[in-house]
Design a protein around this ligand. Structure first.
Ligand code: NAI
Ligand code: MG
Length: 515
């Protein structure tokens, strides 16, 4: 056990302390981790700096958690587990509903925090994400009464029934691209189902998650929700390997997802993995219209710099509409305003950090070098002017590309769209499926038979027809192939991912008592 650095329960800080609804976070944030109901520094006393990527400025700092902190948090979650599991599900749900109320009340504050630490535009992204977070707690809170088992008809002499029991301590690790949304999607179903949880926030975007933790803590017994901050190797890896963790839920890169699964294999711990994608958008010739163009822009998640696992980043356009569709797409893309995420006029914010920015630029450079790939719009970001003040990338399209090309195979996680022509429906499906990923897919056609045939043939966990929006609560969501395992966003997801089924058989045919 480690020496604790307890400096009172509240989040200390000279600025930006969450306050009443409507207050706008500003200044330099100093935050702590939530462990067993207390706000703690790292045992090492080290911190890491959180950057505002749109300004390349330090926004605040959080503890640089490590193995000792993981041990402490898991112990706190363990200590809280038995009592929490015994609370009637509807009462656990009520706690989630109370959390939802506060989250809804403070959604603008949460949205500004998300925009500041991720670079995602407030109007087009962060507000929607903050609203989602409240919805998630409300949705799962309302479902608490549905943690039902079944009875199995095995004859009059036997009662056979199942119980949906909590698994135990959940270890959750989330990325930075939709930090608040993804954290809430782990916390709410896990605790509603009676588990306790240790969640590690992403090093690039821990502040919004800590705000959610603060709101949760006001409505929960200590130790039910614990939130750690720190780097993946130092804090995430010991969490994944901790012997008392009974379930691992991870969202992030495929490479780290594989490492999580290996760690889980040692202890035969169930995993839910939501990993990368290289999702196809297949456009039929009858969809050469504005609504489809707008849908393709939404599907590519251009207004979140395409930093989304579900980005429709391979655009398979029928050859007959290749040029006119791309013309419309380029015109609409150029109308989107890139800039300060906190400015309401901004459509597109900044890339999360320098490493991702450099990676995205590397892909664009590769595209510019390739003779056969035609740059239609975008290209490398400006080196001077206002956009050089942050990690701003320009929406970029390469046309006439091959599906075998690195840019058409690897998850770029930035606004680089690859347009590939096709003539034959089977060929479009074959190319769409020639990927080790299988998360999302988009099909665009007014011919519903054709669209559904294609939707069924595409290897993906989630296919949208004639729309390109984000995930919707209540439907099972997750990927196939190397995009992941498990479905988490629904009632079924809560039951499958956060409960264990116990079967009880009762012999009802005992002989009469002897006395
Ligand atoms: P990452 O997978 O390294 O990070 C995600 C989370 O995992 C973070 O909280 C991180 O601290 C943690 N982590 C990292 N290494 C770990 C380890 N060894 N053990 C336990 N936890 C660990 O993703 P990163 O580096 O931020 O982004 C790299 C690429 O990953 C992106 O370019 C994108 O392609 C993909 N990605 C996919 C996401 C998705 O939603 N599916 C989200 C974020 C990134
Ligand atoms: Mg940051």
């Amino acid at each position: 056990m480690t020496t604790l650095h307890r400096e009172g329960l509240s989040l200390d800080g000279d600025a930006g302390r969450p306050g009443a609804a409507g207050t706008v976070p500003s200044g330099y944030f100093r935050r702590k981790m939530l462990i067993g109901g207390e706000w703690l520094d790292a045992a090492s006393a080290q911190t890491l700096v959180v950057e505002n990527p749109a300004r390349k400025q330090a926004l605040g700092e959080v503890p640089r958690g490590g193995t000792d902190d993981v041990d402490l948090a898991v112990a706190a979650a363990g200590a809280a587990g038995a009592a929490w599991a015994r609370i009637p599900p509807r009462d656990r749900g009520r706690a989630c509903l109370a959390i939802a109320e506060v989250l809804e009340h403070r959604q603008e504050e949460l949205a500004r925090l998300i925009a500041s630490e991720t670079g995602n535009a407030l109007r087009t992204q962060a507000r929607g994400e903050a609203k989602w977070v409240a919805d998630v707690f409300r949705y799962f809170g309302g479902l608490a009464g549905e943690l039902k088992g079944i009875t199995v008809p095995l004859g009059e002499a036997m009662l056979s029934y199942t119980r949906r029991e909590p698994i135990g301590i959940v270890g959750a690790i989330v990325p930075w691209n939709a930090p608040a949304q993804l954290a809430s999607l782990k916390i709410a179903p896990a605790i509603c189902a009676g588990n306790t949880l240790v969640l590690k926030a992403a090093e690039d975007a821990p502040l919004a998650v800590l705000m959610i933790a603060e709101i949760c803590q006001a409505h929960l017994p200590p130790g039910v929700v614990n939130v750690l901050t720190g780097y993946g190797a130092e804090c995430g890896a010991p969490l994944a390997a901790h012997p008392q963790i009974r379930k691992l839920s991870f969202t992030g890169s495929t490479a780290v997802g594989k490492a999580i699964m290996r760690a889980a294999a040692d202890r035969v711990v169930p995993v839910s993995l939501e990993l990368g994608g290289k999702s196809p958008s297949i456009v039929f010739p009858d969809a050469d219209e504005d609504w489809a163009v707008e849908g393709v822009i939404a599907a590519m998640r251009f207004t979140r710099q395409s930093q989304s696992c579900t980005a429709g980043s391979r655009l398979f356009l029928h050859a007959d509409i290749f040029e006119p569709f791309l013309d419309k797409l380029v015109t609409k893309l150029k109308a989107l305003k890139i800039g300060d995420p906190l400015d309401d006029a901004t459509d597109i914010g900044s890339i999360i950090n320098e490493r991702q920015f450099t990676k995205v630029c590397g892909y664009i450079e590769d595209g510019l070098r390739r003779r056969e790939a035609r740059l239609l719009t975008g290209g490398l970001p400006p080196r001077e002017g206002p956009l050089a003040m942050g990690y701003f990338a320009i929406p970029t399209i390469f046309a006439d590309a091959s599906n075998d090309w690195r840019l058409a195979r690897e998850e770029i996680f930035g606004p680089v769209l690859i347009a590939i022509p096709w003539r034959d429906e089977a060929e479009a499906v074959r190319m769409a499926n020639a990927s080790h990923y299988g998360l999302a897919a988009y099909v665009w056609s007014r011919d519903i038979g054709q669209a559904l045939r294609t939707a069924h043939a595409v290897e993906a966990g989630w296919v949208q027809v004639n729309q390109g929006g984000g995930q919707l609560l209540g439907q099972p969501y997750g990927g196939v192939k190397e995009s992941g395992i498990g479905r988490e966003m629904s009632l079924e997801g809560m039951l499958d991912s956060f409960t264990e089924t116990k079967t009880i058989n009762v012999n009802m045919a005992l002989p009469p008592p002897l006395h």
